[in-house]
Design a protein around this ligand. Structure first.
Ligand code: C2E
Ligand code: MG
Ligand code: MG
Length: 732
């Protein structure tokens, strides 16, 4: 009963949100109709400019056209023919608006052909003073595109979202497998009780022998109803954890629609009353977002366990970990945090299906539980990542013994997973309390770093954090760093960026490495933070910029056609007002065009002294240097400021790309970032693309460029030169 009630509330919220988002689009149509009045007030050219920029601001508007009082078409954004039924509808609207003085929009007769299935024509009266009708604006919406934006919301296997007309005909329908094509004649949708604007129904609503729970909502004076349905059987077996993911995704989408609506409204601020109406609609949205946030918080509170394995989830684990660490501080025994990742788990999922992947995760968690003592903690952090806290051991050696046992036990074959036998192994990273960290943050970071070291060293093993740190002892490196710059121990490696429409090499990112005479190649994560804390980063950054210019000049001198090189700058460099001048000097010295350089900044660069940073960025932009926002998404809440900065490109953080196919949240966030960036006329680069499935997903989502191991790891200059010689990169 409780599950049903929960599902019903959840679906009602979803239908509410979708209908609000749809309502915002209709509001934008109304805004256009108000702007269209200018046509009849003697400003046709200016009006056309407004209308076409408003329509172009959002892909959802496929076509607009304007009709005068005699229903003559005076403007159309594309040369489509109007059917006779259509002209009659324009007439009818003109005469009713004349009689009733309304400004209600209407649905025009829908095209019966499947080619236009998701194109929804709306007619909106264009009124003069005192609501006297002057004409009609036609806005054709692409509801298919609209529903596509929700395709990653997790609604289980049976979820259906329908948009119905007032007479309950389906105009667009999305199911988990995709959008449903309307073949010829329109179908009747779920039949709803007459005269009710919102509610829930239960029954064999799709006449397929299954019982569905449906929630519907028809906002007042809007010609659509949104219906969200799901199979009761599935609802009863599903778990409430889905909710937190659902609402996180929806909050992002709602914020996105609110942002676009606000943006369109800004363009026509001269319409005072209208701006007020939109401000009200934005307020409503804020309430909606708050409501979603609250829902999300509640869902997160409720869901302390991972539904698949029954193990505590990350949140619960962190809470338990905190109380164990308190205990650990009071005794002399050893505690160790282990992070554990299954090797090649993704390929199990990809080749044998998620069902087998799920069975494997369950089997792994059972072995983990069986291999540890009652007092130890085990959790699933997400995907194929597990965490273990080994508690109260007598000797340090015992920790290695436990880690070794786990590697051994988890590497034994897994039989009978839906008829499959699977062999995998864990990569384990171990951080010991208090040696490697005294709080959750430090221990987790270090266990994670050690886990990556295990992966790098060949998987199926454990690594202590202590061993990761040894070759790059922080204090030693810190002292040596200024000398390293002077003695030319730094080198740049270059990683290609590839354009998705034609797979051409379109740029490199320069990544610095320290070629240490004793320790070999040291990666930036091991010395950039040190350089930042000692201030050496400014000198290091100058070296990097200069080395990029030198490299470009040397390739140019060979007669090669160069592509832009991007280099990373730290927060401290952005506070250096001399930076643009220095970059200009380097460009001139080496004879390199400013357009061949790009700087990558991160969101954290902008947190301190935003004013100075913006000044430096503006000056760089004036020079002609492009600016990219790196690792975008890690601080997702701050979308707003992007618009105000001179940013040409957004690089989506690789944490979103990693599991894009299996994580509906990440997919929604990535789609939203791409749409938003394109609306703001920015290029989008996805980072950390390692697999073909990620590439295909990103291409479908409209991403412009990708960077990652799939095409190439960062390579030394001579290998990068080979890419310049053959700039077409094949995805095959
Ligand atoms: P970043 O700017 O986000 O650079 C991308 C990092 O992701 C690079 O690591 C790159 O090797 C790695 N990467 C690229 N493709 C993939 C992939 O498909 N999978 C995975 N797992 N990783 C991939 P790297 O070279 O270790 O650099 C780490 C970070 O160090 C950079 O992150 C950047 O923030 C910083 N950094 C590097 N060079 C410089 C520099 O010259 N100046 C400053 N200030 N920071 C730098
Ligand atoms: Mg970067
Ligand atoms: Mg990055």
């Amino acid at each position: 009963m409780l599950t049903r009630a929960n599902a019903s509330v959840q679906q009602q919220n979803l239908s509410h949100i979708i209908s609000e988002n749809l309502g915002q689009i209709l509001d934008r149509g109304r805004v256009m109709a108000i702007a269209a009045e200018g046509w009849f007030n003697g400003n046709p050219a200016e009006t056309l400019g407004h209308l076409s920029s408003m329509a172009a601001a959002d892909r959802i508007f496929l076509r607009i056209a304007l009709y005068d009082q005699t229903s003559r078409r005076v403007y159309t954004s594309s040369p489509a023919q109007d059917s006779p039924e259509f002209t009659t509808a324009v007439w009818a609207l003109l005469s009713t608006s004349a009689q009733e003085g309304t400004n209600h929009l209407r649905l025009a007769p829908l095209s019966p052909s499947s080619e236009h299935a998701w194109q929804i024509p709306l007619l909106i009266p264009v009124n003069g003073n005192h609501n006297t009708p002057r004409g009609v604006l036609l806005v054709v919406l692409d509801l298919g595109y609209f529903l596509q934006l929700y395709r990653h919301i997790d609604m289980g296997r049976s979820g259906v979202i329908q948009v119905l007309t007032a007479d309950a005909m389906v105009v667009a329908e999305a199911r988990p497998e995709g959008l449903v094509l309307q073949n010829g004649a329109r179908r009747a949708g779920v039949s709803l009780p007459p005269g009710v604007h919102a509610g829930a129904l239960q029954g064999d609503l799709f006449q397929d022998g299954r019982t569905y729970l449906s929630s519907f909502r028809q906002p007042e004076s809007r010609p659509f109803t949104v219906v969200v349905s799901r199979d009761m059987q599935e609802i009863l077996t599903a778990h409430s954890a889905i909710r937190s993911r659902l609402f996180a995704g929806l909050a992002v989408l709602t914020a996105f629609f609110a942002a676009v609506t606000f943006w369109v409204a800004r363009g026509i601020q001269r319409q005072g009353g209208l701006v007020e109406a939109l401000a009200r609609s934005n307020e409503k949205n804020q309430l909606l977002i708050d409501q979603l946030e609250e829902e999300k918080r509640r869902a997160v509170m409720l869901a302390a366990h991972d539904h698949l394995t029954g193990l505590p989830n990350r949140r619960m684990f962190n809470e338990l970990l905190a109380s164990h660490l308190l205990q650990a501080k009071r005794n002399r025994r050893h505690y160790a945090l282990m992070y554990l990742d299954l090797d090649r788990f993704k390929s199990v999922n990809d080749t044998l299906g998620h069902h087998v992947g799920d069975l494997l995760l369950q089997a792994v968690s059972a072995r983990l539980r069986a291999g540890l003592r009652e007092s130890d903690l085990v959790a699933r952090l997400g995907g194929d990542e597990f965490a273990v806290l080994v508690t109260g051991l007598e000797r340090m050696d015992d920790i290695a013994a436990v880690a070794g046992k786990l590697v051994e036990q988890l590497s034994l074959p897994y039989e009978g997973l839906d008829g499959h036998a699977i062999q995998t192994s864990p990569s384990i990273g171990v951080a010991v309390f208090p040696r490697d960290g005294q709080d959750i943050g430090a221990l987790s970071r270090h266990a994670d770093a050690a886990m990556y070291q295990s992966k790098r060293s060949g998987r199926g093993r454990y690594t202590f954090y202590d061993a990761v740190r040894k070759p790059a002892d922080a204090r030693f490196l810190e002292q040596r760093l200024p000398k390293a710059i002077a003695e030319h121990e730094l080198v740049l490696h270059f990683q290609p960026k590839v354009r998705l429409c034609d797979y051409q090499l379109v740029g490199f990112e320069a990544l610095v490495r320290w070629q240490h005479p004793e320790f070999g190649l040291i990666y930036p994560n091991d010395f950039i933070p040190l350089a930042e804390s000692t201030g050496a980063i400014v000198e290091l950054g100058n070296w990097v910029a200069q080395a990029c210019c030198q490299q470009l000049a040397s390739w140019q001198a060979e007669g090669l056609k160069v592509v832009p090189i991007a280099f990373n700058v730290s927060a401290m460099q952005l506070l250096d007002e001399e930076l643009p001048l220095r970059v200009a000097g380097m460009l001139a010295t080496h004879g390199v065009a400013a357009g061949s350089l790009e700087v990558e900044i991160t969101e954290t660069c902008l947190v301190e002294s935003m004013d100075v940073a913006v000044k430096v960025l503006d000056a760089l932009e004036k020079l002609g240097v492009h600016i990219a926002l790196d690792d975008f998404g890690s601080g997702f809440s701050s979308l707003g400021y992007v618009r105000t900065l001179p940013i040409h490109c957004i690089k989506i953080d690789r944490s979103f790309i990693n599991d894009i196919r299996n994580s509906p949240d990440d997919a929604v966030i990535v789609t939203s970032i791409i749409t938003l960036a394109h609306n703001l006329k920015m290029r989008v680069v996805a980072e950390g693309v390692e697999r073909l499935d990620q590439l295909i997903h990103l291409k479908t989502a409209g991403c412009d460029e990708v960077q990652g191991y799939f095409f190439s790891r960062p390579v030394p200059a001579d290998a990068a030169r080979e890419f310049l010689l053959q700039p077409a990169m094949s995805p095959a």
